[in-house]
Design a protein around this ligand. Structure first.
Ligand SMILES: Cc1ncc(COP(=O)(O)O)c(C=O)c1O
Length: 426
């Protein structure tokens, strides 16, 4: 790791040491992954959770802790990529799901639960006048784009480099930097050509990128807090600028709050005091079960009204299924405003302790934070990957990119355990 090694060769040796320790602790995970290779490409069915040499297989979770296939315990600092804000198997959520499972799992009919969850979200976010459910965040952003296109009669969508909105063709087209053309293997040019990329949190750069397309823009989608892109909150000025730009251009402003909804009771839009036209949701609102949702202005969402000629059809065998709705309701009802405040206080404590550790050992690392989200930044991806393996070998489940989050069951003890594991890595 930087600070403790002086050459590439030494770095490689250290890296191997981290990997060796990891491999020595996880033989059952290795065996499962090798078995998975026979059925799944690369042994994998979710690209975002793969890492070298193979991922750890988790067998059980409780609160903020998980146990892997070898029985090794770790503190879960990613909570299924920020979804499980109450931690694993929270009694209220388990109870809600168990009761619902014995009553009705899914049915070709609406349920009262979907009305309740819709009402809970509307109570928190006044910009959401109407909402519809789906089964993933990917579907939510895809349908928000479609709504914006249908509403405006235009075809282009603007996205920000480094942003993440899921894995449909438009979202998969987003490059990591604003100077690379949109596109990805298998994405038709016709789709990639409708995606305009701008630099995140950069007013002048965004103006320059979007101005030539202003008359063709159906929507500008932005994560108010860049999630997978490193937990970078946008500035209030930038979001206010986007609000004005979209209004002037006749385009819709879409906030992707699939991650950032967890930063506060009123989501990121409450924090910034800016109302988008549409918002996309996922993760937390499903209480640990598959979910997505999109909502906003009643006149835009009216496009989905099944009574209307020329409506947008959004089927979905499991849309608003009662199990997910029950888990989501239990979660949101448990997440009172003081819970968000406590989580944020703990995240600030983690940030301060990490920053003083980095200063103490002179490590070129930094940490960003927003609400209960945080991201450790290292000079390069290889160093981050090594930190990740070392954390895994020292009782911490996090992500290869350094992103993490806190969950309600955590206390200062778990924060200290994280900081100590980072200290060991350094
Ligand atoms: C901001 C954001 N949008 C969309 C998605 C896609 O959601 P899903 O993985 O549920 O399809 C994610 C997933 O990480 C996300 O972070």
């Amino acid at each position: 790791m930087p600070g403790s090694v002086s050459s590439d060769v030494a770095g490689t040796t250290t890296h191997l040491a981290a990997q060796e320790v990891y491999e020595s602790l996880t033989p059952a995970s290795r065996a499962l992954w090798e078995r998975a290779l026979g059925s799944l490409p690369g042994g994998n069915t979710r690209t975002t959770i793969f890492h070298d040499p193979y991922p750890v297989y988790v067998a059980r979770g409780e609160g903020c802790r998980v146990w892997d296939a070898d029985g090794v315990e770790r503190i879960d600092f990613i909570s299924n990529y920020t979804s499980l804000i109450l931690g694993h198997c929270h009694p209220r959520v388990v109870d809600a799901v168990q009761r619902q499972a014995t009553r009705l799992m899914s049915v070709a009919a609406p349920s009262e639960l979907e009305i309740e969850l819709a009402e809970r979200i509307r109570e928190r976010l006044p910009s959401v006048e109407r909402i519809r459910f789906a089964n993933s965040g990917t579907e939510a952003t895809m349908l928000a784009f479609r709504a914006a296109r249908a509403f405006t009669g235009r075809s282009k969508v603007a996205v920000f480099a480094g942003g993440y909105h899921g894995s449909h063709d438009y979202a998969a087209s987003i490059p990591a930097d604003p100077f690379t053309s949109p596109g990805a293997p298998g994405v038709p040019n016709a789709v990639a050509e409708t995606v305009v990329v701008a630099p995140f949190d950069d007013v002048d750069g965004t103006l320059a990128a979007l101005d030539p397309h202003a008359d063709e823009l159906a929507a500008v989608i932005v994560e108010p807090v860049l999630g997978s892109g490193g937990v970078h909150p946008a500035s209030g000025e930038f979001l206010a600028f986007l609000r004005e730009l979209t209004r002037d251009a006749g385009a819709l402003l879409v906030f992707d709050e699939i991650i950032s909804f967890r930063i506060g009771y009123h989501g990121a839009q409450g924090r910034f005091g800016i109302a988008p036209d549409l918002t996309t949701f996922g993760k937390v609102i499903g209480g640990g079960l598959p979910v997505g949702a999109f909502g906003g202005r009643a006149d835009v969402m009216a496009l989905f009204d099944p009574r209307v000629e020329g409506r947008i059809t959004q089927g979905g065998t499991f849309n608003a299924n009662p199990l997910t709705m029950a888990a989501g309701l239990a979660t949101l009802d448990e997440m009172t405003p003081d819970r968000y405040e406590a989580l944020e206080a703990l995240a600030l404590e983690l940030k301060a302790k990490l920053e003083s550790l980095f200063a103490e050992v002179g490590a070129p690392f930094s940490v960003t934070q927003a609400g209960s989200l945080f991201n450790v930044h290292a000079p390069d991806a290889a160093t981050l990957a090594e930190l990740h393996l070392t954390l895994l070998a020292n009782g911490i489940l996090s992500t290869p990119r350094g992103m993490g989050c806190l969950s309600v069951p955590m206390t200062s003890a778990e924060v200290d355990a994280f900081v100590e594991a980072v200290r060991l890595a350094l």
